[in-house]
Design a protein around this ligand. Sequence first.
Ligand SMILES: Nc1ncnc2c1ncn2[C@@H]1O[C@H](COP(=O)(O)OP(=O)(O)OP(=O)(O)O)[C@@H](O)[C@H]1O
Ligand SMILES: [Mg+2]
Length: 291
Amino acid sequence: MSKCLLDISAVDMRFPTPRGEFEALRDVNLKIREGEFVSLIGHSGCGKSTVLNLVGGLLQASAGGIILDGREVREPGPERAVVFQNHSLLPWLSVRENVALAVRQVFRRRKSRAEMREWVDHHLALVHMSDAADKRPDEISGGMKQRVGVARALAMQPRVLLMDEPFGALDALTRAHLQDTLMEIQRDLNNTVIMITHDVDEAVLLSDRIVMMTNGPSATVGEVLEIDLPRPRDRLELAGDTHYTRLRREVLRFLYEKQRKVEAMPAASGRAEAGASAGATDQRRAVGSDL
Ligand SMILES: Nc1ncnc2c1ncn2[C@@H]1O[C@H](COP(=O)(O)OP(=O)(O)OP(=O)(O)O)[C@@H](O)[C@H]1O
Ligand SMILES: [Mg+2]
């Protein structure tokens, strides 16, 4: 078995708010092996992005710590690429320049200018964004921005790929294409991936393990489900596979029986209504697709 690459140990996260401290996470523990694909799933507002931002070095834990390959994570680094939930493209740069900026940061000393340009164009083609390469972020749709974010992260060939709902705004065909592309890239490069998703099918298709988080505040890891389906995985074959069906039912059961959202988040979260209604939408989407 490959070694433990990432060790999230006894992590608490408290945010200062005008009404006092808000404890988003309490005692989160998770060890992730090199090359493992882990999905984080849980209701809106439970703390998934907070976990990802901690691993990305964008937030500092209030207690506990995160060790990546023997070193404590204290800041962002190019070995950890992030696909952000809100895209986070630089508005004054074109699509191509947004990806190129990240590529230069990583490959400046290893690739020539022409090679870097080719590398950027290859990744824009992978996400079907070649035609819009010269547009600026405000000239493209949300789904297109999301694809640029994915291209930017993949082009960095990161050791750890952190993805916050990377395919959420995409149509079904584009989504399936990108999921397949991601599985191929991950198999070839053995990147370690943490992906947040609200899509139960996506989580089961892509993951080695699904980490299911309890509802906040003071959220933590609830259950961890091993996805022991053989690879490579084929979405059409899996659709009729009884083990696949059982695994996805386990996730649905956790979300909609054990962690059902019965009340809105406390006001201190600042996300009370948005969180509850987004959770309800996820619930309808996931349960609807199961029937
Ligand atoms: N900077 C902050 N200050 C105060 N509270 C915060 C801050 N960031 C996050 N929170 C709170 O921490 C909790 C977890 O937020 P987080 O964004 O991690 O949730 P999430 O699981 O990613 O939700 P979603 O699925 O809607 O993206 C929420 O209640 C949120 O309101
Ligand atoms: Mg989030």
